[in-house]
Structure formats: structure tokens, C-alpha cells
Design a protein around this ligand. Sequence first.
Ligand SMILES: Cc1ncc(COP(=O)(O)O)c(C=O)c1O
Length: 402
Amino acid sequence: MPRWEDRFAARTREEVGAGLGSILALSTATDLISFSGGFPDPATFPGPVLAEILGNLIDAGDASAMQYAPTPGLPGPRAFIAARLERLEGRRPEEQELLVTSGAIEALELLSKTFLDPGDLVLVEGPTYLGAIMAFRSFQADVECLPIDHDGLDPDALERRLAAGRVPKLLYTIPDHQNPAGVTLSAERRRVLVELSRRHGFLLVEDVAYRELGFAGARLPSLWSLAPDTVVQIGTFSKTFFPGVRLGWGAGPAKVVAKLVLAKQNTDQCAGALGQRLLEEYGRRGLLEEQNARAVSLYGRRCSLLVDALEAHMPDGVAWTRPRGGFFCWLTLPDGVDAAKLSETAMAEGVAFVPGAPFFPDGRGRNNLRLAFSRIDDELIPQGVRRLAPLIARAAKEAEQR
Ligand SMILES: Cc1ncc(COP(=O)(O)O)c(C=O)c1O
């Protein structure tokens, strides 16, 4: 038998981490109180109306739903998404500025394929979405992170990094209710970021996966609405419709989108037409808004339960973010506590979370962890925190004695 591992392409031999796979694997465990995967709650998914819409498509003999679709997306769903962006962002993408993708993760793959040569610099937030680190690394980019605080990415750190030379090809940011930290980029910083991207000539990639899941208050302007000349917005319907449909979008400068369309021709050629038509029909009935309102109220309630439980039970020396939307809360444990080790102990005690290090490209985050509150029953939230708190207290004491 040949040793297949000797024959894999050189670019696949670099360590990209078990990352997403291990989180997805955890998600199937049933005997755990799980704060792990960033999954939407199935209670938010569309109900029987989807069967009705599907029935209508079939009765109407709508072949477009079953056929291959044009690479940038079917005309109807594209028009629907463009109008939706106009309503949400105050700007409608031109015909050549929009692409329908098979989820946001595909948009990341297409951007990487289009922009990254081996050794190119990509700047990300530290911590950031693990799938993005994996996508950039799989094209052999140098991925470096910039610090964030409660107002998102620190623009002073970015300015210092830029002043040190070597312009990044891409800067990837999740401005709203970030994964994994749950923080939101302030309005002032949004303006600074787009200004820096214009001045230095790098593409800003804005991932708006959780943008529509704000619990209170108005949405801040998206980076794409502020600077459509220098920003690509990537979005997903995984959190607002359902992930099984694998649909998202990219909106950005026409020249960039044209290249993404080319790149898509030899990944999957087109996003699934059936999903596109279901989304369009569902959306045109105003059902995405209804679903989103239910989802926001569910996740907002769970977030409050989590933050209240943390306040009630966590030992001194533990800090956490206070999300105003999204799925995630980010904890900083006392120095010297190893969250990966803690995760093993916690699993044995029946509670799961994701340790922080994989969310950084450089091994930081050992004393961080992410709690997802999106798919955990309300009553399990305080119970899970009560299980976790003494384990953290014990690990902190042991770290102190070392
Ligand atoms: C920030 C962020 N971007 C993108 C994705 C992936 O989205 P999709 O399901 O559309 O591929 C996720 C999913 O967890 C995410 O958290």
C-alpha cells in the first residue's frame, strides 16, 4: 500500500488544527450539559410552512429549484438578498457586487483562493472564528492576530502593526457579537478601520454571521455600508434560517466579486438551487423577520441566564464578556489555569465548553474558554455554571500553588 500521507499536496501538510471537527463531534454527545458548538437552537427552525413552500414549487413545475443555477446565484434569490441588504444596511449591492454562496465558510474559502499566495499576511482578531483561521492557513497564509477588548478590534494596535511594514492582503473581522468573544466593534472604530483599509490598500473582510441577532439597541453601520469600495461583507443564513440549507452571500467591489465567481466555478459551481428558492419564498412572506424575532428573544433570554449565573457562581479572578447579541460569552480564567485541561475535567463532570487556544493563531488563549448559550435548555444554564465554577476555583488554586 502506498503511504498516502506522502502524496498529499504540500499545502495540506501544515497544521491547521483539528478545530471545527472536534467541536462538531462534541455536539452529538447527549449526556452532557454542553456550552460547546455554536449551533442555532432547532426550536428556531422553520416549521411545516417549509413543506408548503416546497409543495408549491413542485406543483408550479418550477424547474429552477431542481436545476443547476448560475454561479452568482438564481435571479430571484439574488434580488431578494439585494433588497434585504438595502433594508438592513441602507445600501443595495449592484448586480455585479453580489454573490450567493454555500454558507459563509465557502465565502472564506473563495476569498482565500482568490487573494492568498503562500506567505501572504492575513490579520485577524485574537480571538477569532476558528473556521477562518483554518481557511486562511489552508492557503499557507501567515495569520497574525490583533488584540480586541469590549469594543472589538483595537485600531491602535492595527495602526502600530501597519506602521511596522508589510501590508496584509486581508484583514478579517467579525464586527457584531463576535465569535468567540461576543463583543461588538464600536461605531468610532468602524470608521477608523475603513479609513486604514483605504489608506493602506488592504481588503477588509467583514463577517456578519451574528449581525442580525442583536438583543437590544440599534445596529451600528456595517463596514460594507461605510466603504463598499474596500470591504467584502460575507454573511450566512445559517443563524437566521437554518444551517442545513448551506446558504450565505458575499457583497463587495465588482472586480473582487467577479473573481470570487470564477473561483466558485470550480469549487461547487453554484449554491444549491432548491435552498435558494426556499429561502426566497420564505423570505418574501416576511417569515425570516418573524423567525429572527423569535430567535433574538430566545438567545437574549439565555444570555441573561448565563451572565446572571456567572455573576452568582464564578470565583474571584474570573472575567467574562457581556454579549449584546449572538451566541457566545468569553471567559478569562486566572493566570496559569489551563482551559484545555479544565475541559477534560469538566467533561468528566458532565459539562462541555470550548477551550480558548484554537481561537488564536499563535497559541494564546490558554486561560480562556468559550461558552455558547444558543443551544442549551434554559434550566441547564445555571446548572452547568454551578458544575463548572468549583472546577475553575480548584484549578485556580492549583495554579497558584505551582
Ligand atoms: C463568525 C462565523 N462565520 C461563519 C460561520 C459559518 O457560517 P456558515 O454556516 O454559513 O458556513 C460561522 C459559524 O459558526 C461563524 O461563527
